[in-house]
Design a protein around this ligand. Structure first.
Ligand SMILES: [Zn+2]
Length: 119
């Protein structure tokens, strides 16, 4: 499904201006009509958005692999502690690069991850 920047902005609760100022310059995939109107494919945008903003879109069992530059599942994570910092450690199933992620039970922290655009 194709959306206008205003619709995408509304769905994800950010201003349309941010779309033009931030996302387009960062390489957000879009189609431009002859009359200058932009169209965004919902599924393509979501995939791109997840790559650009992994921190707020990771689910409980996912981590961002810096080597693969993408989100990967955390398999059999180990809970570790460094001082007061508790984190989970695992390795990337694709490349074996070490993954770590803060371990927290706080609810509501990842509010934005529930917002999704479907295509
Ligand atoms: Zn990897």
């Amino acid at each position: 499904m194709l959306y206008t920047p205003a619709e995408i902005a509304d769905l994800l609760s950010f201003g349309k201006r941010q779309f033009y100022r931030v996302y387009i310059p960062r390489g957000c995939p879009h189609q431009r009509e002859e009359n200058g109107h932009l169209w965004i494919n919902g599924a393509t945008f979501r995939r791109w958005y997840l790559e650009q903003y992994p921190k707020i879109t990771l689910s409980e069992n996912e981590a961002y692999c810096l080597a693969c530059k993408k989100i990967v599942p955390m398999t059999n994570p180990e809970i570790k502690q460094k001082g007061s910092y508790i984190y989970r450690a695992s390795t990337c199933p694709n490349c074996g690069h070490g993954l770590s992620k803060a371990h927290t039970n706080k609810r509501g922290e990842d509010d934005q991850s529930t917002k999704q655009v479907t295509g």
